[in-house]
Design a protein around this ligand. Structure first.
Ligand code: NAP
Length: 210
């Protein structure tokens, strides 16, 4: 599958490597693709482009831009290029100041919902935002397995993403319903920071006991 990741940071590169290992054809999209030279030399000439090139040619899209800038990333990508596509949203919108970050949109809206509103024709599925980049694939959590969630409006899209999560080592993925569940999933990122940073436990992940 042609997987296009909107983003050039540690999450984009980490997920890019994992999709490549799965056999997918991957391109990362950046406003400044020249910053991806190292990634290009590792992954091939065609593995980096602009956000517009990435959004246009992807069969599966992944949003891995800064969480408070997803609307800007959509504008860079060209909103119409997202139409009809599954869009995995792994972003969080924290605002960093002193101490524990707050959520840019509070708890009555979320980055996931804002992204879905920005690309009404896309099938946004929120997932993977509750662990750090290194734990998104083949998570190794002492006392695991950890739990992963999906949230979004389109059932088929969530089923497709759940299949990908299975390839990435997540079993028993829990469907939380519509994209408004991104409010709670993004709040978990703040809870994660509140625990993991002072504890220096960056591999920590959540587990739902039932
Ligand atoms: N780091 C983690 O462990 C982790 C874990 C879970 C979730 N997340 C979430 O995953 C996302 C990516 O995280 P990250 O640490 O890899 O990268 P990041 O530093 O949060 O974001 C870097 C990306 O955001 C893009 N960006 C920044 N400002 C922009 C703007 N005004 N318009 C368009 N794009 C803009 C950059 O694009 P350019 O390439 O054009 O500069 C770059 O690709 C974030 O939402 C983060 O909260 C991160």
């Amino acid at each position: 599958m042609k997987v296009r990741v909107i983003g050039s940071g540690s999450v984009a590169r980490s997920l890019g490597r994992c999709f490549t290992a799965r056999g997918d054809e991957v391109m990362l999209g950046s406003r400044s693709p020249e910053k991806l030279e190292e990634w290009r030399s590792e992954s091939g000439e065609e593995s980096a482009g602009t956000m517009a090139e990435a959004a246009a040619h992807g069969e599966l899209l992944v949003m891995a831009a800064k969480g408070t800038e997803v609307e800007s990333a959509v504008a860079e990508g060209g909103a119409e290029s997202f139409d009809g596509k599954v869009l995995m949203d792994v972003t969080n919108p924290p605002v960093f100041g002193e101490g524990v970050p707050t959520l840019a949109w509070g708890t009555t809206d979320s980055g996931g919902e804002r992204l879905q509103r920005a690309v009404l024709g896309a099938k946004v599925v929120k997932t993977l935002n509750i662990v750090n980049a290194g734990q998104m694939v083949d998570p190794e959590v002492p006392n695991g397995p950890a739990t992963m969630f999906v949230a979004g409006e389109d059932e088929e899209a969530k089923a497709e993403v759940t299949g990908i999560l299975g390839d990435f080592g997540w079993s028993g993925v829990i469907d939380l319903g519509g994209i408004e569940a991104a409010r709670e999933l993004e709040s978990l990122c703040v809870l994660w920071v509140r625990y993991a940073v002072p504890a220096h436990d960056f591999g920590a992940a959540f587990r739902l006991l039932r």
